[in-house]
Design a protein around this ligand. Structure first.
Ligand code: ADP
Length: 274
């Protein structure tokens, strides 16, 4: 015998349903707004190198009797702008790829990461690579490996390398050649979970307090004019954060203007029974 639902219960269920629906709609609107802003920002960022390339080509085609050094300067500039555009498009593609991956549910390992990665080998490899570049391109900030220990995590080696390279590139970009950049890998236990943390510390220009909460946002640059000069897309840290979250990890920053910055990238260590 079907027992009729009390009108009170029906009303309760209806209000829960409508609340859930409203929350979902608000979330979707937020995602839509963010996507729209992202597309507008990306178009704006791409417009700058395109305009510069077009101006240089106009100059070269409309003024054929330019002195050779001016022709050369215009070509060098065009090349640099094309390179910048290439980096920007690569970064945009990386973000688009990670955006299209299924979201990682809290407490669940991303199903696409089933490979065990030796984080210590990755750190050592990055250190050797950068030390080699530093030695062959003096003057260059000193690069140090402060500490490392064995740490296995589930992940994507290419993505992890990309995150580490983005942090090292930034450290080197924003540190004078008289300064230093240090790399370290430590493991510890936090809330009964074993964690591996990579730190990239530099003695560079540092980041102002008001910029710190924003530097992981897409296209955010702490000092637009100065950092644009460094050829950055403003997407590097957004990509690092996405990669960390995809690995159920996190990325944090501490910085003192004029003294330097420290970025810490943490991941849960793979359980022994896997
Ligand atoms: P960009 O490509 O401009 O470097 P990122 O997303 O990698 O973009 O970084 C965002 C901003 O954060 C940079 O423009 C810069 O102002 C600041 N930043 C990042 N790393 C450092 C660092 N190690 N030292 C000082 N400033 C940094």
């Amino acid at each position: 015998v079907a027992i009729p639902m009390s009108p009170w219960r029906a009303r309760d269920e209806f209000s829960v349903l409508s609340e859930t629906f409203n929350t979902m709609l608000a979330n979707l609107e937020e995602v839509y707004r963010r996507q729209q802003r992202f597309v507008a920002d990306a178009s704006h960022e791409l417009r700058a190198p395109i305009t510069s390339i077009r101006c240089n080509l106009d100059l070269l085609t409309k003024a054929p009797d330019l002195p050779p050094e001016e022709i050369n300067a215009a070509l060098v500039d065009t090349h640099a702008e094309a390179e910048r555009m290439g980096r920007l498009v690569n970064d945009l593609l990386t973000l688009a790829r990670t955006d299209s991956q299924p979201p990682v549910l809290p407490g669940h390992r991303a199903t696409h990461y089933t490979t065990l990665i030796e984080l210590d080998s990755l750190v050592l490899e990055a250190f050797r690579q950068y030390r080699h570049v530093g030695e062959s391109h003096p003057p260059y900030p000193r690069i140090l490996l402060q500490h490392t220990e064995p740490a296995l995590i589930y992940g994507d080696a290419d993505a992890l390398k990309q995150a580490l390279i983005a942090l090292l590139d930034n450290a080197l970009k924003y540190t004078p050649s008289t300064g230093s950049v240090a790399l370290a890998l430590h493991t510890h236990t936090s809330e009964q979970t074993q964690i591996a943390c990579i730190t990239v510390s530099d003695t560079g220009i540092g980041i102002a307090e008001e910029d710190l909460p924003h530097i992981f946002e897409r296209f955010y640059r702490a000092d637009h004019a100065r950092t644009r000069d460094k050829g950055g897309s403003g997407l590097g840290l957004a990509i690092v954060q996405r990669i960390a979250e995809d690995h159920l990890g996190s990325v944090k920053v501490e910085s003192t203007p004029g003294k330097g910055s420290q970025f810490t990238l943490c991941f849960p260590i793979a359980d022994d029974d896997h």
